[in-house]
Design a protein around this ligand. Sequence first.
Ligand SMILES: [Ca+2]
Ligand SMILES: [Ca+2]
Ligand SMILES: [Ca+2]
Length: 636
Amino acid sequence: MPNTGGSTRYRYTPLTDGAGNQLTLNLSGVRTLRLTELESLQFNSLEVGDLQMNYLLFLPATAAPSPRLPRIAFASPGKGAENADPDPNLNISILNADTAVVAGSIVLRFDGVNVTSSATITTPSSEGPGATVRYRPGLLLPKTSHTISVTYNDNASHSVSNQWSFTVEDWPVLASADATGGSPSTQFTVQINKAQDAEVTAPPDAWPNDSYRAELQLAGKISNSDDPSGGPFPNEAAGTNNGFYTVSVINFQGNGNNAGFFSGDTRFPGVTTDNPKHMAMAATIDLQLTNGVYAMGVDCNGGSLGSGNGGYQVTAGGSAGTNVYLGSSETYPGSGDRGEYLTFVAQNSGVYRFRLLYFQQDDGNPRCEWWWVDDRKTGTGKRLINTAGTTPTTIPATYALANGAAHPGFAIQMAKAPESSGQANSSARAENQLAGGIDPGTSMAYVNEAAGTNNGVYFDQTINYEQAGLLQGFFCGDRTFPGIGPNDPGYNGGDPNNIAMAATALLQLSAGKYVFGVRSDDGFKVTTGANPPYTDLVLGVFEGGRGSAETQFTFVAPVSGLYPFRLLYYEGQGGADCEFYSFDFDTGERVLINDPASANSIKAYRIFKLLNPRESGNSFRFDFETITGKTYTVEY
Ligand SMILES: [Ca+2]
Ligand SMILES: [Ca+2]
Ligand SMILES: [Ca+2]
């Protein structure tokens, strides 16, 4: 749908399929319809104008042609999209109607070229009976338009053809003319100017909080109105080289304390006094880039005009590194605290000069970091510029099982100690508690108020819990923790405490890289292993107490298969919630592991295990889960 350009102007838009063909619905009886906006969400809603969908209007229509043929139910990019990613993964869903698509007949053309042999065609589609077509065309330049054509036959000898166009989003582009040439730098060159902390006697403010002032200050062109001679303020950070320094990373805090995303902060170069004010800094570095899409970030507390905290501007290209504007705290992507990225496209491989301009007014806690985001869709892989990326952990291939995808869901072992025994926020406590060890608070074996009728073992499809079943985190539909619901002894009026949980499952992974996330209050540890309890290799961890917050972690599955995973979770006091999910690399979306409602979710299967093993005299008895229609053999 085109942008109407304002929040007070509206238009109706007819229902279409993903290729833009108008659709007529046959409706009868009671139906529920839902409006969902696709591909309209922007980082900066002022730039494009997000859709505000208010009304569904129903108009009587002549009957749809019969039979109804398979249609493009979903397409990304869809018809008329103007915000396509420069490195898109085309995603087209064909849904069957009265007749069914013949997958082998599907032909995909991109910009007129038949690319079917390079496309991935799977059936059924991710939305239902039909087919899904995926294709990655490679780097597309911003603002260019492209055409997708999809043709196919159905099983009743009809031919269907669809064609639509989209446009790539307007992002900054570094072209070959912007390249600096030569070799990449091993250090940043930093120019810094720090004026006196004291304000001038009379207004106007000598140090407005903007990039214009920063350039003037670096050029020594801000004159001191209290100085009868009108000379510029002395540079308190001049050092021995007129304010020029070399540094290996941009990771500064006014007093040299850790701040922002990265620790190891140092003071701003040449600045020796605490809580410095009235600074301006420019950092340049020559970086080697291959052609592709990149994302950077800057963190510098605040940055909104007039906040007094500080702000930044990043440019690149040319001998000054200022040919192409990549973004700033003054415009887009907004303040340095919003966690958004400076995205740009390098059209050609080469060495490009980048320049960060930083300015600070009178905030007492100035800081500045400049980093890459290696995976811009998920926001993982943040690293300071001029540092190497980290290689994600690879799970040993021997952990992968070929069989076991029988019974969907997680097996969940729950433990809850009584309210009177305040428990440590640590995975060691959780393990001890789950194992029925000695409670240090009572010097007796742990009491489990979540034992239920099956010794604390439960089964569930997803991990999306909040202690009172209230909405928390990225996913709604929160449930109370198994065995700690309103009718269980440990519920404590909706604030159960001293919780420990271990959820295990076989996760069905294809070979490749994954980004997972756990949002938890308090801590967690995700592990995998060859044998129970599957704790050989730690993939992601947050140790200690925290409010509900996310930890992302990256790993590689070396081969396709079923990998044993274990999520250990624990809560001490206060809020308690836990979510376990993966990230979609193409959309950056979070998807609950094993969400039955999501075709994109990673599937989880229960790991077969003995339940409630018990000895009586010389006999050993146990229970185990069975699946209808299967035969079980016990050997001993
Ligand atoms: Ca830092
Ligand atoms: Ca939730
Ligand atoms: Ca609690």
